[in-house]
Design a protein around this ligand. Structure first.
Ligand code: ATP
Ligand code: MG
Length: 220
């Protein structure tokens, strides 16, 4: 059985992340999904991100109670920016199981901007999940032009296969139009975020007074 890896900034974690991971775990019969929050995300400006310890704590609260979900501070323990290629290299040397890297379609299309992104296709399978506003037809083109023209679509795996690289699965999960940036915007405006994220996470945000000022949010 494979292991899912769910990376992200989780600023904050929301139901879109959780439901996508749950559906992928079920569809690919994964033994578990490890959530790995980025300590220093290479593509996001630090001023807008709440401290790692808060993002980690919110994940702890969100994942608690689901025996399939695990949380790792691996990227926090490593100095410097949180590059996925380093994380996946480390995990593939530590774990015997096949690794399935869960990525939203929006993030996957940005992959060519990631450090040594082609190496990732030798380290792990990808599971690309649908995200509102992004068409899966762009996935085919991106793989062919930016990764390798030997990737071909395969209906049996519901994704793409390659003679030597790992597979890229596509899963049409329940489309939840929820994003951390939208949640941050709502909080900065003093609006309700109820039912967009787990109740315990919402309580934590209010108790700690997170995302109240626009420094931590993208201005509307
Ligand atoms: P932000 O708006 O700050 O970018 P986000 O909601 O996109 O936040 P991230 O932490 O950037 O959350 O995302 C982590 C991973 O989860 C990415 O691969 C992203 O594509 C995926 N993801 C985020 N929200 C959803 C969603 N609603 N449905 C499916 N996948 C999602
Ligand atoms: Mg994002």
């Amino acid at each position: 059985m494979g292991i899912g890896i769910m990376g992200g900034t989780f600023n904050p974690v929301h139901l879109g992340h959780l439901r996508a991971a749950e559906e992928v775990a079920e569809s690919l019969k994964l033994a578990r999904v490890i959530f790995i929050p980025a300590a220093k995300p290479p593509h996001k400006s630090e001023g807008k991100i709440v401290p790692f310890k808060d993002r980690y704590r919110m994940l702890e609260l969100a994942l608690g109670g689901n025996p399939l979900f695990e949380l790792s501070d691996l990227e926090h323990r490593r100095p410097g920016k949180s590059y996925s290629v380093e994380t996946l290299t480390q995990l593939s040397s530590q774990l015997r199981e096949e690794l399935y890297f869960l990525v939203g379609l929006d993030a996957f299309l940005e992959l060519p901007t990631w450090k040594s992104y082609r190496e990732l296709f030798s380290l792990c399978h990808f599971v690309v999940v649908a995200r509102p506003g992004y068409s899966p037809t762009s996935l085919d083109k991106m793989l062919q032009t930016q990764v390798s023209d030997k990737y071909s679509s395969d209906s049996q795996v519901q994704g793409f296969v390659h003679p030597s690289f790992h597979s890229v699965y596509y899963r049409e999960v329940t489309l939840l139009d929820i994003s951390s940036s939208n949640i941050r915007d709502l909080l900065a405006k003093g609006c309700s975020v109820r039912y967009l994220l787990p109740e315990k996470v919402e309580d934590y945000i209010h108790k700690q007074g997170l995302y109240r000022n626009s420094e931590e949010s993208i201005k509307p």
